[in-house]
Design a protein around this ligand. Structure first.
Ligand code: PLP
Length: 367
């Protein structure tokens, strides 16, 4: 054969490295021949799904031979009521990751510039890369988005800006007033993606009124998910809030049945269980306080987290520590890249999980 398969693929796949997710517990146990591993690697809710969501799932199971409602009628109505928007402002996705993907396929063309903080959620850069865009990386300042520098990085070629708030993997949130100043500085023709996957964990005084920009008619999409505080990561469901005209464009590229029926039913039930959300926030705050105090005692530092995970500077090779923790059945996320070679990201678990992490970390650091 004269041509390789890769030559037939999009030229923009060159240099693209597949995303490495946190390993599932079963996989780690199988590989290491251990049991009782704990996963603190993917920022999942350690309390699990809401009991109301579980009941809705059981009730929905016998209808599994039916295609889902492709328009997500009931869930969109539930979300619209809660958010004070109309169902036409909402797009559902197979995780909010899919909504990001739809944004990229809809709007990003080769040669466009995409402004991204560094380090931020790696998916942003991958989406820009696969569309043949030029990534404009703006270093964080004090572990948080440098919104002033990001606004200054805008050129006539800028198509899209990603703002993760709170940012992953640092956990930091920007001040609401900084978002307001930033939005004033951004030209109206630039699309702003505000990723609020962790917003339900954020203290009220740090929650910006990001939906106000959509009401003003700005080209903003706010992303939210049921994967984090709502505890439904395995079902894959998230959503975007944007102007009806942006949603209409996204619907043109969306697969007809992108969100499965069980996910829709569970999400609607989970939305109604704000008691579970409140308990999840509470156990997270408790765990955060404990972890900060214990890490401090070990002389280790983390940026202030507004989310359900901490970025920890180990002051030694993060990958090696993560591997040693893994052998002890504690799964955390090594990071790497130019800024984070000595860091790991650890999700806040239940109190016993947090204690087990700290004990394992002490053992590893002593050896
Ligand atoms: C977890 C996460 C998401 C959510 O992804 P889903 O596809 O909804 O599971 C989005 N953005 C960031 C920054 C995240 O950490």
């Amino acid at each position: 054969m004269a041509r390789s398969l890769e030559e037939l693929a999009s030229p923009f796949l060159k240099g693209l490295i597949p995303y490495t997710p946190g390993k599932p517990v079963e996989e780690v146990e199988r590989e290491l021949g251990i049991t009782g591993a704990i996963k603190l690697a993917s920022n999942e809710n350690p309390l699990g799904p809401s009991p109301l969501a579980l009941r809705a799932l059981r009730e929905a199971l016998p209808e599994s031979h039916r295609y889902p409602d492709g328009g997500g009628y009931y869930l969109k109505r539930g979300l619209a009521d809660r958010l004070g928007v109309t169902p036409e402002h909402l797009i559902l996705g197979n995780g909010c990751n899919e909504v990001m993907d739809l944004m990229a396929r809809c709007f990003l063309l080769p040669g466009d510039e995409v402004v991204i903080a560094d380090p931020a959620f790696v998916i942003y850069g991958m989406l820009a890369h696969v569309q043949g865009c030029n990534k404009v990386l703006v270093p964080l300042k004090g572990w948080t988005h440098d919104l002033e520098a990001m606004a200054k990085a805008v050129t006539p070629k800028t198509k899209m800006i990603f703002v993760g708030n709170p940012n992953n993997p640092t956990g930091t949130a920007v001040m609401p007033a900084e978002i307001a100043t930033f939005m004033n500085a951004i030209p109206e023709e630039v699309i702003v993606v505000i990723d609020e996957a962790y917003i339900e964990y954020v203290p009220p005084e740090l929650v910006p009124d990001s939906l106000s920009y959509i009401r003003q008619g700005r080209w903003v999409i706010v992303l939210r998910t049921f994967s984090k505080i709502y505890g439904l990561a395995g079902l894959r469901i998230g959503y975007g809030i944007a102007s009806p005209s942006m949603v209409e464009l996204l619907n043109r590229v969306r697969a007809p049945f992108n969100v499965n029926a069980l996910a829709q039913r569970a999400a609607l039930a989970a939305l109604d269980d704000q008691h579970h959300v409140a308990s999840s926030r509470k156990i997270n705050e408790l765990g955060k306080g404990y972890l900060f105090a214990e890490l401090d005692r070990l002389g280790l530092h983390s940026p202030p987290s507004a989310a359900n995970f901490l970025l920890v500077d180990l002051k030694r090779d993060g990958q090696a520590v993560a591997e040693a923790l893994l052998r002890m059945g504690v799964i955390v996320r090594p990071l790497g890249g130019p800024y984070l070679t000595t860091h790991i990201r650890v999700s806040i678990g239940t109190p016993p999980e947090n204690e087990r992490f700290i004990e394992a970390l002490k053992t590893v650091l002593q050896s």
